[in-house]
Design a protein around this ligand. Structure first.
Ligand code: PMP
Length: 325
C-alpha cells in the first residue's frame, strides 16, 4: 500500500480555461461522443491572406473512431434499427476503403453487432491492422477494381444472404448525407456564428458534401459550396473518388456544387506535410487535399469565412513514403 505521508499534498485547481472551451463531456456511451468536433483556424498556411479572409478546418479525427465516418455510420445504424431493417441477429455489411469500416467496427461493436467489410486488397496495411484489432471480419476485393470492386462484391454478398446481412450501403443510403445535414452542417453554422461564406469538401460517397451543403444552403442560399475530386482516375487520395470514371454514388447530387475543383496527389502530399510541420496538424492525405482546395478558394477573396473538413488524422498513413521528403 502506498504510504500517503510520503506524497506531496495534492492541490487541485481548475484547468486553465482555454478560451471559452467548455469542460469535456462525461458520457454513458461511446456513441454520445460522435460529432461536435472542434473548428480550427488555419493561420500559418493562410498567413499570406488578408486578415479578413479566415480559413477553418473541422477536426474530424476527434470522433471516437478517429474519422468523419462515425457520423454516417452511427446514423445508418440508428436509422436501420428504428425502421426494423437492423435487428440484433444481423451482421452489418458494407464496402469501404477503410474509415467507414473502422467506424462500423467501433460503433456497431460497441452496440453489440457483428461487422463484415468488403475492402480492396490494396487498402493501407495500417487499416487492416486496426480492423483486425477491432474484431471485424472482412472479404478482400480486387486491388485493380478499387472501391468499385468492393461495392460489387458487397452487393453480391448481400443478395446471396439477405436474411444474414444488413447491407448498410453507404453510397446509396440517405442516412449517410442526413448525418451531416443534422450534425456537421449545423455545427459549422454555430461555430462560425453564422458567418461561414464558403464550404469546401472532397467527394468520396459525397455524404459530407451533400449533407453539409444542403444544410448551409437551407440556412443561407448565398453560401458557396465547392466540391473537389482527385484530378485523375488513379490517385493517392484515399477515401476520395474520381467521379467521371467511378460508380456514381446514388446520394451524389451533381447540381449542388457552385464550383468543382480537382486536386493532384502530389499537391495533397505536399500540403499534408506542411500541415504537420507548420500547423502541428498530423492529418490524412484527403485533409491535405482539402487544405489545397480551401486555400485555392480563399486566395480569390478579399473577405470571407472559408470552412473545410479534415476527415482523419495521419496515423493510418505513416507507412507512406511522402512523409520522408
Ligand atoms: N477522406 C477520407 C479519408 C475518407 O475516408 C472519406 C470517406 N470515404 C472521405 C474523405 C470522403 O467523405 P464522404 O464519403 O462523406 O464523401
Amino acid at each position: 500500500m502506498t504510504d500517503t505521508r510520503l506524497m506531496p499534498e495534492l492541490r487541485f485547481s481548475p484547468a486553465p480555461a482555454a478560451g471559452d472551451r467548455p469542460a469535456a463531456a462525461r458520457v454513458n456511451s461511446l456513441t454520445d461522443l460522435v460529432g461536435n468536433t472542434p473548428l480550427i483556424r488555419l493561420r500559418r498556411i493562410a498567413a499570406h491572406l488578408p486578415e479578413t479572409v479566415e480559413v477553418y478546418a473541422k477536426a474530424e479525427w476527434y470522433n471516437p473512431s478517429g474519422s468523419v465516418k462515425d457520423r454516417p455510420a452511427l446514423n445508418i445504424i440508428r436509422t436501420a434499427e428504428a425502421d426494423g431493417r437492423l435487428t440484433p441477429d444481423k451482421v452489418v455489411l458494407d464496402s469501404t476503403s477503410g474509415n467507414m469500416g473502422i467506424a462500423y467496427a467501433t460503433l456497431a461493436g460497441a452496440l453489440g453487432y457483428q461487422v463484415r467489410l468488403v475492402i480492396p486488397e490494396n487498402a493501407s496495411p495500417e487499416r487492416f491492422s486496426i480492423l483486425r484489432a477491432l474484431g471485424a471480419s472482412f472479404t478482400l476485393s480486387s486491388p485493380l477494381e478499387g472501391s468499385d470492386g468492393a461495392i460489387r462484391e458487397a452487393r453480391r454478398l448481400a443478395a446471396a444472404e439477405p436474411e444474414r446481412f444488413f447491407y448498410a450501403n453507404q453510397y446509396n443510403n440517405p442516412a449517410n448525407w442526413q448525418a451531416h445535414f443534422h450534425s456537421t452542417g449545423p455545427e459549422i453554422i454555430a461555430q462560425t456564428d453564422g458567418a461561414v461564406t464558403h464550404f469546401v469538401a472532397g467527394l468520396g460517397t459525397s455524404g459530407t458534401f451533400t449533407g453539409v451543403g444542403r444544410a448551409l444552403k437551407a440556412y443561407h442560399p448565398g453560401i458557396q459550396l465547392i466540391a473537389f475530386q482527385p484530378n485523375a482516375p488513379f490517385h493517392g487520395l484515399e477515401g476520395l473518388k474520381h467521379m467521371p470514371t467511378a460508380i456514381k454514388p446514388g446520394i451524389y447530387d451533381q447540381a449542388l456544387a457552385d464550383e468543382n475543383l480537382a486536386v493532384s496527389t502530389e499537391a495533397a502530399h505536399l500540403m499534408t506535410r506542411r500541415l504537420a510541420r507548420e500547423e502541428g496538424l498530423f492529418v490524412g492525405i484527403s485533409a491535405g487535399a482539402a487544405a489545397v482546395a480551401a486555400l485555392q478558394v480563399a486566395e480569390t477573396l478579399t473577405s470571407g469565412v472559408v470552412v473545410t473538413l479534415f476527415p482523419d488524422a495521419g496515423y493510418k498513413y505513416v507507412s507512406e513514403r511522402f512523409w520522408n521528403a
